[in-house]
Design a protein around this ligand. Structure first.
Ligand code: ADP
Length: 649
């Protein structure tokens, strides 16, 4: 059977002057035990009625009720069944009420003997959101109700409960009537206490007991407060731990920032939490990471103005957080900033810097958009700061990791260079060295060698010696250029003279082997250019050298010069040789690049010439590039060089 009426309400209706008190569950347990012990210690055979919210609570006390039942035939226990509890008449009466009954919310103990009477009629209170602690503790459950030694109040409570018992179990009607006659005959009428007089004070004859209950309650309050503080601390540590693990799992700054806003926003009950990277002088930031509650307009992707915002400036300057409890009433805020806040619905505004050591990295902002919502305490701000600190460390870690990756790539490139160098050295140095060795050995071991053969041997050895010298020279030049160890003498020089020098160097090779025809461009009255003459000639010689190497003797090579729109002279060395594939036009400038690979080459060379040219030209602010219509279509190498004096339009 189910009854939806609360016994406490019924009692309060009957006794309107009795105001309910608040009790923690732990106090109720102590009081109930004290009341039961009183029964066990007294010679009276009292009426005992006990209501348990659930069978499991009754189970914990069942043995006590066996002992109480030995003292009195009038013992009633009511409870909502879970497994075994049911209506029964054993050593005492058990009454099972429905799990939907109002009694499932209540806790009663009524004892009426000849020499004493007391009752405890309470109802459990549903906790509001602010009263709840993160982890529910049974002893913190709260009840409201009446606890008194007043015989009349106890009598009314017993009357209400006996009537219910007879309704739940009609076969007990006679027994309950007997109880009424025996214990409740002299209870009525109800004594109305004077208004304003504390119910407990008038109802309880023993002030010591009262004090004991107050002591118990205060103890429980203290416990609850301590527990709340521990729970808040625990929440902070959990959040920090979560952040640290998220950081450990990722080295992606975006992921970390997102974790931070998603954790911090709900933890601090914010309407919105945003985080962004920016430097100390930023004029604005773009919001990339955000948490917001339902109904709050998002800011993601929007530009967020920072210029002239004193809150931003203060946080950047001091690294301390700034908290404005209400932007609408804050007189210090410039109108523009207040307008920006109001436009986004912000009421309370918290700014927390993300920094590492002295380096400012970005900002976390917390917005509270509901006026009635509780704003942040000093502990909340400390939590936000702790998370910002973690984030700062994580961002620096991620940055260091990215730098490390870049460094690794550079190392890998260096390693490739080194192995290329080994390959080149293996081939380019070992081959001529063996030739030189064979020639010299033959000369030494055969003193009778004919004079012509002797001459051939000597010139071969000398030629190969020269090849080795070039490779070593090129390698040293490139490493000097790359490490910036060269002393430059950039000055106005005659373009014509330099070209002449380059050409004469190439022509001098004509004596040794047949080279393609050199076609002289029309470059009289060429302007002066700004360069280091020695290195400029070096570039020309290398380009002309290449053109000779990759063009058959029957082909031709031309050199031309003309000013371009950027007030630079553009020089072109063009040949009619083997050309370059379109996808190789940039690669030819890589160190050690050789189309056929170092080990198969027949033309000699080091693969360093064009890399050296690019390094030199870049020093005076020029550029070099190659063009070719493709295989066997010839190549054109262009490079620019600044003019000493601007040309007249
Ligand atoms: P190398 O000493 O091998 O000539 P370079 O750096 O001067 O080294 O040139 C790199 C590569 O670029 C050459 O091996 C060749 O494959 C290609 N190359 C350079 N100049 C020309 C050219 N004029 N015609 C065709 N290919 C060229």
């Amino acid at each position: 059977m189910s009854n939806q009426d609360s016994v406490l309400t019924e009692l309060q209706t009957a006794l309107p002057h009795w105001r309910p008190q608040m009790f923690f569950k732990s106090s109720l347990v102590a009081l109930s035990h004290a009341m039961e012990d009183q029964v066990l210690a007294n010679p009276d055979a009292p009426l005992v009625i006990a209501t348990f919210q659930q069978e499991r609570f009754y189970r914990q006390e069942a043995h006590r009720y066996q002992r109480i039942a030995a003292k009195s035939p009038q013992v009633y226990v009511l409870s909502a069944p879970e497994t075994e509890f049911q209506d029964a008449s054993d050593s005492y009466e058990t009454i099972a009420f429905d799990t939907t009954d109002a009694l499932t919310q209540e806790w009663h103990l009524v004892i009426i003997g000849d020499h004493y009477a007391n009752c405890l009629i309470c109802r459990e209170r549903q906790l509001s959101e602010t009263e709840k602690t993160p982890i529910a503790m049974d002893t913190h459950r709260r009840f409201e109700g009446i606890w008194t030694f007043d015989r009349q109040v106890s009598g009314v409570a017993a009357q209400i409960l006996l009537t219910r018992i007879a309704a739940y179990r009609p076969e007990l009607l006679k027994k309950t009537q007997l109880a009424q006659q025996r214990y409740l005959n002299n209870v009525c009428p109800i004594d109305v206490p004077k208004a304003g007089v504390n119910a407990l004070a008038t109802g309880n004859p023993d002030p010591f007991v009262n004090r004991l209950v107050s002591y118990l309650q205060v103890g429980q309050y203290k416990l609850l407060k301590a527990y709340r503080a521990i729970a808040a601390q625990e929440q902070r540590e959990r959040l920090l731990h979560l952040m640290t693990s998220a950081i450990r799992q990722s080295l992606n700054p975006d992921e970390m920032m997102q974790v931070a806003v998603e954790q911090l926003g709900p933890a601090l009950r914010a309407s919105r939490c945003i985080a962004y990277r920016c430097d100390a002088l930023a004029l604005s930031a773009t919001i990339a990471h955000e948490f917001h509650t339902a109904g709050i307009p998002p800011l993601t992707g929007q530009p967020w103005p920072l210029q002239g915002n004193p809150l931003f400036e203060q946080v950047v300057a001091t690294h301390d957080s700034v908290f404005i409890p209400n932007v609408r009433t804050d007189r210090q805020l410039p109108a523009g900033v207040a307008k920006q806040a109001v436009a986004q619905g912000i009421v309370a505004w918290l700014w927390v810097a993300i920094f590492y050591q002295d380096r400012f990295l970005g900002m976390i902002e917390l917005h509270q958009c509901q006026t009635e919502q509780k704003t942040w305490t000093a502990e909340d701000v400390a939590l936000a700061e702790a998370i910002a600190t973690q984030l700062g460390v994580a961002l620096i870690q991620a940055e260091a990791y990215a730098n490390l990756e870049e460094l690794n790539e550079q190392l890998a490139a260096l390693e490739r260079t080194r192995s290329n160098l080994v390959a080149i050295t293996g081939h380019e140095l070992r081959t001529p060295l063996s030739t030189i060795q064979v020639c010299l050995e033959s000369l030494a071991s055969e003193p009778d060698m004919p004079a012509e053969l002797r001459q051939v041997m000597l010139s071969t050895a000398l030629e190969d010696g020269e090849r080795m010298r070039k490779l070593i020279q090129d390698f040293l030049t490139l490493s000097q250029l790359e490490s910036g160890r060269i002393q430059w003498h950039i000055e106005p020089i005659s373009l014509e003279e330099c070209i002449e020098l380059g050409l004469s160097n190439t022509r001098s090779q004509q004596a040794k082997r047949k080279i393609p025809t050199l076609v002289r461009g029309n470059w009289q009255d060429l302007p002066m250019v700004l360069a280091d003459g020695e290195w400029f000639v070096e570039v020309l010689v290398k380009l002309l050298d290449n053109a000779c190497k990759f063009t058959p003797p029957e082909g031709s090579i031309s050199i031309t010069a003309q000013p371009n729109a950027a007030q630079m002279m553009c020089l072109t060395v063009a040949d009619t040789g083997r050309g370059i594939e379109p996808n190789r036009l940039e690669t030819v400038f890589d160190r050690f690049y050789q189309e056929e690979g170092a080990l198969q080459r027949t033309t000699g060379g080091t693969g360093l010439g064009l890399a050296i040219c690019r390094q030199i030209i870049q020093r005076w602010g020029g550029t070099i590039w190659a063009e070719s219509a493709g295989k066997d279509q010839g190549s054109q190498f262009h490079f620019t060089i600044p003019l000493a004096d601007p040309l007249e339009e």
